[in-house]
Every structure is written in C-alpha cells, then in structure tokens.
Design a protein around this ligand. Structure first.
Ligand code: 5AD
Ligand code: SF4
Length: 432
C-alpha cells in the first residue's frame, strides 16, 4: 500500500475558517490525506484565507511567495487557496501567482477532493444550489472537549465597510435537525462545549426555529455542558435569546456583540441601522437577564469622515458598557464596498485613535478580570498546563484559567475559586 499523502492547512481569520479547515481536512481525509504540521513535509498545502481587511488579504500573497522555493524543489506539491480571498479573487490568484494549483470558495470546498484529483475544475467559487454539508464526510475525532458548529453563513446586513456579504453571500441557515445530529455526534466523540458559529449567528432561522430555540434544544443533549454562539448583530438580539441567557444554565455568560462605533453619525454612515443609545438599551436588557455576563465587541477607528467628536463618542460608549475585551481595527478600505469610495483619514490619526481606544479597553479588561478574583466559576479543562500539576481551560465567562490540579484530566468540567488575575488569564484552585 502506498504511504498516506500529507496535507498542511494554514488558517487565517475567523472561527468560521477554523471550522471550514477542519471540514476540508476531513474531506481530504476521505481521499487518503493525513494532516501534517509543516508545509515542508506536505504533498499539499492549503491556505484558508481571510479577506476582511487589506492586511489579512495581503498575507496570502506573502505566504505564497514563501512557498515558491518549496514548489520549485518539489514540483508535485499541490498548492490550494481556499476561503474568502479565493471567493473574492478567483482566477486572479492563479494569474498573479501561477504556482497555485487550485482555488476554492467557502461554499464549494466539498468538491476539493475532485479538484485535487483533476476531475473537477481547478477554480470553483460558485454559490451552488446543493448544500456542501450534504456532501462532506461525518465529523472526525476532535482535538479536545470543545468544538465549533457552523449553523448559519453569510450576511444580509451590508455594513458599508464590510466584504462579508460579497464573499460569503446571503444569509443561509442550516436545518435544525442536521445541527442536532451533528451536535449529538460531537458529544459522542467527547465534546462538552459547542460554539455555534455564523457571520450573523443570532439571525439564525432554520424553518421556524430561532437561535434561542436551537440553543434550548441543544441544551437537552446529555453530556453537552456548555453552549456559546458568535458573532451577533445588536439588531438581532431578540427577546427569546435574551431570555435564554437568563434561564438556560448551559448557555454561558459571555456575549460578543460588536458595535463598531459609538457615534450615531458614523453608525449611520456605516449602515449599522441602530444608534448608540439603542445598543446600550440592548445591553441593559441582556444584563437584566444575566447580570454577570461578560461582553466583548469589535471597533473600527478612523472610518471615513470620523471626527474627534465621533471618536470621543466611541470612548464614551466603551466607558458606559465596561467590556471584558474587544477587537479593534483601523478602518481598511475594501474594494467593492460603499465606504471604499470615500476619502480616508490620515494614518497618524487612525494610529492615535486605535492606541487610545485599546488603552481604554485594556483597563476595562483588567478590571473585569480583577473582579473575578474570589469568585467561584466553572472551568472546562482543555489541556495540561506548562507547570507541573497545572490544568488550563476556559471559565464560563471565557477567561483563560490556570488551575492547580494534579489529578485533573482534559475534558473535565470542574468548579474553581479564582485566586488571582493577570492581563490575559486567571489563576484558580479547584473546589469541586
Ligand atoms: N476595516 C476594518 N475593520 C473591519 N472589520 C470588518 N470590515 C472591516 C474593514 N473594512 C472588522 C469589524 C468586524 C470584524 C470582524 O472586522 O469590526 O466586526
Ligand atoms: Fe460584515 Fe456588518 Fe455583516 Fe458583520 S453584520 S458580517 S460587519 S456586513
């Protein structure tokens, strides 16, 4: 028998790409490929790309440049580009980088094995009518007790800066029965925490099921202990989902709810379709349902037309909320989006605003972590720590926690008391 072929996958960008990479590995596994950790060792290299900001896109081309010597030394090496840059640029990628053998978008990667075998076209960025999930093999053994589950893809919101509605297409929700089956299957394989993924996950509508209904039904699966979901839009935080945060114990007290800006003028220019005040009211309702919830957000600084006063309004909103963490970005003009037509602000202005915003978020992050000290929380062990007798996992609030627990095992869900906080993690002792 011939030796298994080796596949190296590099994943850029969001958690949906992490999920897609796993599914692509499984699809290729059915054709006899096993994963390897280095490109040097591989028969095929797959770059699963992100198009959200210019820097993310450009990374693909610098990484492809670095693969050139490898391809020269090993002409049989197959190089594939998947994900959102593949979707956006298609054939253009091969024109710019002829060492690329195939280009596959996020909706057609179930065809990857045929593309590699040469029985399907080498560039495929369709939005096919068939559902890729019907054509993918069953989920394989996973790396730990946590897993992602994509429940919804695409976005109909058309924020003025964002390429997602173009690269991932219109909102599509997967049927709930399929998701329950996939979730049960994951739990049978040892998964105890599932994070439901979607570009607009709280807009989920599988038939007449909302995301709240899906969460409640998943919560009935024995052995599944924790449920999270990401990423959400403030306008889709419906009452039933907020209520689930109050009364569904398996739904974890953590929510990523991007607001992007605190200025009504900029929110309007971004086509976010809500005001700062409306966002704050949503937060108020969520906190009324689950007072200890940890909130995080995304922010864009220096959106075209943003004044000092607009930026100050964003800082005010951050102060009003008190975030546990946030991702913040300088605005990056993306070809084809409405905002890309508008003049950009000077780079120094963007740099200064980003620094100021990040300093404020860091303060808040530290305060939220510090406030955890002395509290009892759940921790799901994900790996063995670097120090002897130490386990590492995530708290209910998604904080990284180091626990002194020489008898601890990966996959255990334990109760701990938090004893200390540093910028990025908590220290704790096991109490149950
Ligand atoms: N420039 C900068 N940041 C962006 N994001 C999306 N598009 C852009 C862009 N053109 C950020 C938003 C979004 C996160 C995933 O990426 O904050 O919530
Ligand atoms: Fe992009 Fe806005 Fe859709 Fe989020 S809601 S994916 S930022 S268009």
């Amino acid at each position: 028998m011939s030796e298994a072929k080796k596949l190296f996958i590099k994943t850029y960008g969001c958690q949906m790409n992490v999920y897609d990479s796993e599914r692509m590995a499984e699809a290729m596994g059915a054709s006899g490929y096993v994963l390897t950790d280095t490109a040097e060792d591989a028969d095929m290299v797959l770059l699963n790309t992100c198009h959200i900001r210019e820097k993310a896109s450009e990374k693909l081309y610098s990484d492809l440049g670095r693969l050139r010597p490898l391809k020269n030394a090993k002409p049989d090496l197959k190089i594939g580009v998947a994900g959102c840059v593949a979707q956006a640029e298609g054939q253009e990628i091969i024109r710019r980088m002829p060492l690329v053998d195939l280009v596959v978008g996020p909706q057609t990667y179930h065809r990857l094995p045929e593309m590699v075998a040469g029985t399907a076209p080498a560039v495929d960025t369709e939005f096919p009518l068939e559902d890729k999930f019907d054509h993918l093999p069953k989920r394989k053994a996973l790396r730990g007790p946590t897993a992602f589950l994509t429940v919804q893809e695409g976005c109909d919101k058309f924020c003025a800066f964002c390429v997602v509605p173009y690269t991932r297409g219109a909102e599509v929700s997967r049927p709930p029965e399929r998701l329950l089956t996939e979730a049960r299957d994951l739990v049978e394989r040892g998964v105890r925490e599932i994070t439901l993924l979607g570009q607009n996950v709280n807009a989920y509508h599988g038939g007449d099921w909302t995301l709240a209904k899906l969460v409640r039904e998943l919560a009935r699966i024995d052995g599944l202990e924790r449920i999270r979901y990401t990423t959400s839009h403030p306008n889709d935080m419906e009452d039933d989902l907020i209520a689930a945060h109050g009364d569904e114990p398996k739904l974890m007290p953590y929510l990523h709810l991007p607001v992007q800006s605190g200025s009504d003028r900029i929110l309007k220019a971004m086509n976010r379709k809500h005001t700062a005040e409306q966002y704050l009211r949503v937060i108020e309702r969520i906190r009324a349902a689950r007072p200890d919830i940890v909130l995080t957000s995304d922010f864009i600084v220096a959106f075209p037309g943003e004044t000092d006063a607009d930026h100050a309004a964003t800082l005010d909103l951050i102060r009003a909320v008190g975030y546990g963490a946030a991702f913040s970005f300088k605005y990056s003009a993306r070809p084809g989006t409405p905002a890309a037509e508008k003049p950009e602000l000077p780079a120094e202005v963007a740099d200064a605003r980003l620094q100021e915003l990040q300093a404020l978020i860091t303060q808040q992050q530290q305060a939220v972590q510090q406030a955890m000290v002395g509290r009892e929380v759940g921790v799901l062990y994900e790996k063995v720590g670097r120090l002897p007798g130490q386990m590492v996992g995530k708290s209910d609030h998604l904080h990284a926690v180091h626990v002194d627990d020489p008898a601890g095992r990966v996959g255990e869900l334990v109760r701990v008391r938090v004893t200390g906080a540093s910028t990025n993690s908590l220290a704790a002792v096991r109490i149950g």
